[in-house]
Design a binder for this molecule. Structure first.
Ligand code: BES
Ligand code: MN
Ligand code: ZN
Length: 503
């Protein structure tokens, strides 16, 4: 989908579908919608009076122009109540409109920027919201199928602006929104690909290629490098797989690391999680979903891509430890004890608590950068879904100020997080008789979420740190605006927002 901008009059634009908007409670539309209403002899006003054009957030009303204007179809998009309107409402509404246009089979769509007029949003931000929503809503996962795709895809979205003076601002906003959404969709592709295709080596190659394209520095540690570094806990998970583990390091503004604040982002990269010898018996029929257990890593690649293209004024480091969690004769076993890069030891209680293991060594490695903040993203526990469902990710803030920054970014991006506790009492539950710490409380089933965060905290160094559990957000079972079914790459927009707002 190409998004372009055109200065001109809404009545002159030819496209399969033309999208204008309306706030709830407005009886006589103004601006572009008003101009169109006039050209149509007051038919929009008439529909409003009849109660057939509500203006409710995301509602769309279809009209045919019968030649009164250049476009044959018109969608009047509801923006909801004016005092409840914000960037997130603009995104939600835009997504609903583009979805309706796609359903109508449109190849070309023309639209105004929602919320930049009476809506009171900053024009560049409103334009970014529009671009984001269009690209995220119409995303489809990669398929390896010979069957043709059924639905026709929208080829072009033309953004129409009457005021020539505003065009440059809108253009800049569209570019920002496009970069962010394409970075999300880049991560979604990796997330959706099956584990036989998206192996650790393939993801590392993808990272290298992407880095070269956007101007990031990329280093990939191989198994031997990890051995030299003493990453015994990460390597313990990798022992059971024929796929060699990889540790991807992406860096934005590496040359300016002395002058800029350093943010390190860490993503769990389990390319497939069978559970290991603590096999996922209870959830065997949905085990295919564990191909997305590398969403954190995919997110980190997407975030670094956006950071480079938006040129955020920070030193940003992305770390993605990548391995399968499978079994063979060399695989780790419950009861095994391993030593990590920091010299700390851990006892394996469950080989299915593998995410925290690979993150332990990645968090130790993060210390090398003397960072101002470290944030990890991980599909870490089923329990977070029990607590929050598919409506928010769990935020475990080891540092209060960093937690607040993340919550502010969540508010602005619309990617929600909810704070979870990190009391030291949870650490007591993972004390081990044989090592510094154990990786699960089994057979005790309680406290599964917070003990996972306490385990991670045990391996953090002296830097502000927060952990975000995205297990219940990574794969969408019930589509909602901007999140079609399947891979969501939840977390990319959240942390890109955080980076952009950092200073
Ligand atoms: N990748 C899973 C977490 C998960 C479960 C993500 C369901 C999405 C849906 C993780 O590695 C895992 O297996 N966690 C265990 C931890 C337990 C063994 C302490 C869990 O949540 O059951
Ligand atoms: Mn697991
Ligand atoms: Zn896992």
């Amino acid at each position: 989908m190409k998004i372009t901008i055109q200065q001109g009059n809404i009545t002159d634009i030819s496209a399969d579908v033309l999208i204008v908007n309306l706030f709830q409670g407005v009886e006589r539309p103004a601006g572009a919608t008003g101009a169109l209403d006039k050209a149509l002899g007051g038919r929009i006003s008439e529909l409003i009076a009849l109660g057939d054009c509500s203006g409710k957030l995301g509602d769309t009303t279809l009209l045919y122009s019968h030649g009164a204007v250049a476009a044959p179809r018109i969608l009047v998009l509801g923006l909801g109540k004016r005092d409840a309107f914000d960037l997130h409402a603009a995104r939600t509404a835009s997504a609903r409109a583009i979805a309706r246009a796609a359903k109508l089979g449109a190849a070309t769509v023309a639209t105004i920027v929602h919320g930049a007029g009476v809506g009171g949003l900053e024009p560049a931000q409103a334009a970014a919201a529009l671009a984001e929503a269009c690209l995220l809503e119409t995303y489809r996962m990669p398929r390896q199928s010979s069957r043709e795709e059924k639905t026709r895809r929208i080829q072009e979205v033309v953004v129409v602006e009457y005021d020539a003076a505003r065009v440059p601002l809108l253009e800049q906003g569209l570019r920002t929104g496009t970069i962010i959404a394409e970075s999300v969709n880049f991560a979604r592709d990796l997330e959706a690909l099956p584990a036989n295709i998206a192996t650790p080596a393939m993801i590392a190659d993808t990272a290298r290629r992407m880095a070269a394209e956007v101007g990031l520095q990329c280093t990939v540690l191989e198994k031997a490098d990890m051995e030299d570094l003493g990453m015994g806990i990460l390597l313990a998970v990798a022992k059971g797989s024929d796929q060699p583990p990889q540790f991807v390091i992406l860096e934005h503004n590496a040359q300016r690391r002395q002058d800029l604040p350093t943010n390190v982002l860490v993503g769990k990269g389990i390319t497939f999680d069978t559970g290991g010898y603590s096999l996922k018996v209870a959830s065997a029929s949905s085990m295919w979903r564990m191909k997305d257990d590398m969403t954190g890593a995919a997110d980190v690649l997407g975030i670094l891509r956006a950071a480079a293209l938006l040129d955020v004024p920070l030193h940003v480091v992305g770390l993605a430890p990548l391995t399968e969690n499978t079994i063979n004769g060399r695989a780790q076993k419950p009861g095994d004890v391993y030593t990590g890069m920091s010299g700390k030891t851990m006892e394996v209680i469950s080989t299915d608590a593998e995410g925290r293991m690979i993150l332990a060594d990645a968090l130790a490695y993060a210390g090398r950068y003397h960072p101002d903040a470290v944030i990890d993203l991980a599909t870490l526990t089923g329990a977070i879904g029990i607590a929050l469902g598919p409506h928010a990710a769990g935020l475990f803030a080891g540092d209060e100020a960093l937690g607040q920054r993340i919550q502010a970014a969540a508010e602005r991006s619309g990617e929600r997080v909810w704070p979870m506790p990190m009391y030291d009492d949870y650490a007591a539950a993972i004390r081990s008789d044989f090592a510094d710490v154990k990786n699960s409380t089994a057979p005790l089933k309680r406290m599964g979420v917070s003990t996972s965060a306490k385990f991670l905290q045990h391996f953090t160094e002296d830097y502000p740190w927060a952990h975000i559990d995205i297990a219940s957000m990574a794969w969408i079972d019930k589509a909602r605006p901007m999140y079609p079914n399947g891979a969501s790459a939840f977390g990319v927009r959240l942390l890109v927002q955080l980076l952009r707002d950092w200073s």
